[in-house]
Ligand binder design. Structure first.
Ligand code: ATP
Length: 323
């Protein structure tokens, strides 16, 4: 029986512009996405038939991040057909008509429902892994056609690295990854409903538009200060209205020395950029001290990770790539 291990990397949105609602109910978005070293590890073991799945708490230190955990450290996703990794396996098996089975084991290190695409990353890892395990010979573009049915972030998670995404997130143009800058993540123990977030955004008197062009230039120039200046997320204001604690934690992150702070996706995870690991360690210590001093209210978990610099997307560099 074969066995495959795949890394499932978290992502952040360096910019996220949300446009109008489409007739199919999805929003048109324009975003610049970046993979992080923080990852889940997904182990696939061949079985004669069917799908089974287990989730175990991962070890962030061995999975790309230093971490300071205050709460919900053992929160795990469902281990049944509701899991996005299970859905991906089922859709792939249906698409290729294969009569074999798989056991999926997820070592979960990416915080759940944070805007870091943990579920999408696991789904993408399953698609990549089953393609190898069963020698399906599918291209990443073919896998993405299956993946987009699981979630709009899955095509990017198949690609990894750095990319501009349009449509609902499935129209991808990979760009060269910048250096492995350090990133602090702050995750409060609250979840925000993505649907509620988009609904609140639609009810704003005018949309908050964010430009990706300057961000792409700053990345091409490998200019971290400029990248920090160009950060922007259409959804940040509405999520911050729902979770006002984010406003003060954002100030704490800035005060601790992050070059720029932004919410990822529909939140509530905040990320802060730092040049290197040494500076990252200092900012992490200051933040951890601030969390320890805060005795009441919602206390966040902290992670120190880096931009993923070794990309799994070499075969797709240089061209637009659509699911
Ligand atoms: P995105 O950034 O793509 O919006 P997210 O980081 O906000 O994703 P996820 O961590 O992917 O959110 O989880 C969102 C929901 O999906 C959770 O409620 C969780 O229970 C469910 N879920 C299903 N499968 C998984 C999985 N493998 N990992 C994490 N969450 C999963």
């Amino acid at each position: 029986m074969g066995r495959i291990v795949e890394n499932a990397h978290a992502k952040i949105n360096l910019t996220l512009d949300v446009g109008p609602v489409r007739p199919d109910g999805y929003h048109e978005i324009h975003t610049v996405m970046q993979s992080l070293e923080l990852r889940d590890v997904v182990v696939l073991e061949e079985r004669p038939a069917g799908i089974s799945l287990d989730c175990l708490p991962g070890d962030p230190l061995r999975q790309g991040a230093r971490c300071f955990v205050e709460s919900e450290s053992h929160l795990l996703p469902p281990s049944d057909e509701r899991n996005l990794a299970w859905k991906a396996a089922k859709l792939l098996m249906e698409a290729v008509g294969i009569g074999r089975g798989v056991h999926i084991l997820i070592h979960k290190a990416i915080p759940l429902a944070a805007g870091l695409a943990g579920g999408s990353a696991d789904a993408a890892a399953v698609l990549r892994g089953l393609n190898r395990l069963w020698n399906l010979g599918m291209s990443r573009e073919e896998l993405a056609l299956v993946g987009v049915k699981v979630g709009a972030d899955v095509p990017f998670c198949l690609l990894e690295g750095t990319a501009e995404a349009k449509g609902i997130g499935e129209k991808l143009t990979p760009v060269p990854s910048p250096p492995p800058w350090s990133v602090l993540l702050l995750k409060l123990p609250v979840s925000v409903s993505t649907a509620a977030c988009y609904k609140a955004y639609d009810e704003l008197p005018s949309p908050i538009r964010v430009d990706a062009v300057e961000m792409l230039e700053a990345l091409a120039d490998e200019d971290l200060n400029q990248v920090a200046k160009c950060l922007g997320n259409s959804l940040e204001a509405v999520t911050m209205q729902q979770v006002p604690e984010l406003v003060s934690w954002r100030k704490v992150m800035e005060g601790a020395g992050s070059l720029g702070v932004l919410m990822s996706g529909s939140g509530p995870a905040l990320f802060g950029l730092v040049r290197d690991e040494c500076q990252g360690d200092e900012v992490f210590e200051r933040l951890a001290t601030a969390v320890k001093q805060e005795r009441q209210g919602l206390l966040p978990n902290l992670y120190l990770t880096r931009f993923l610099s070794s990309k799994g997307n070499d075969d797709f560099k240089g061209g637009a790539w659509h699911a």
